[in-house]
Design a protein around this ligand. Structure first.
Ligand SMILES: Cc1cc2nc3c(=O)[nH]c(=O)nc-3n(C[C@H](O)[C@H](O)[C@H](O)COP(=O)(O)O)c2cc1C
Length: 162
């Protein structure tokens, strides 16, 4: 009975320069229904350990830079996640990019590959620039894919992560 009123928590960490990736994070949060979704935009890496320790699902996103690269300023955030995430943390990777560039949302793939040994990267989501109404269903699918993994997780103190 103790878990009846427990709303699984989603922590969303968008790294954004001009607002597109932040807008995706806002949309995901708005579509997260009963989940307790909170956004920490461009987080201070020092805050990351506490943020990820307290969550059931991590969603982490960035824009792409250079030739589909992870922006330099995002690296300390990523390092903090890699150093402190529990193995098996249910994680979704998202980002925005511009298909004008050959490596469209290349940072999303780099990020997913980088986190692969640390977290359980369950899904990737790539959005063209500012999210449009046509992206809503894709965001819903992203959320659903991640939350569906909670159903098979085991209850633990402070969360229901296995
Ligand atoms: C100098 C520069 C390089 C970029 N390189 C890429 C790239 O390689 N791949 C891509 O998909 N988008 C690239 N972009 C587009 C940005 O990733 C895109 O505008 C993104 O939505 C910005 O996100 P933000 O508004 O959250 O900062 C580049 C943009 C700039 C200005």
């Amino acid at each position: 009975m103790a878990l009846t009123n427990y709303n699984p928590k989603i922590v969303i960490l968008p790294y954004s320069m001009t607002g597109n990736t932040r807008a995706v994070a806002d949309l995901i949060r708005d579509l997260s229904g009963d989940y307790a979704a909170e956004i920490h935009p461009n987080p201070d890496p020092k805050t990351v350990p506490d943020l990820i320790r307290s969550t059931d699902i991590l969603m982490i996103g960035t824009y792409s830079w250079g030739n589909g690269e992870i922006p330099e300023g995002f690296s300390p955030i990523l390092d903090a996640v890699k150093s402190h995430a529990e193995p098996g943390l249910i994680t979704g990777v998202f980002g925005t990019g511009d298909s004008f560039y050959p490596a469209f949302c290349g940072a999303v793939d780099r990020l997913a590959e980088d986190l692969h040994d640390t977290c359980f990267v369950a899904e990737r989501l790539k959005i063209e620039l500012m999210p449009q109404p046509s992206d809503i269903d894709r965001c819903r699918t992203f959320i659903h894919t991640l939350t569906s993994h909670l159903a098979i997780a085991t209850p633990t103190q402070g969360g229901i992560r296995s």
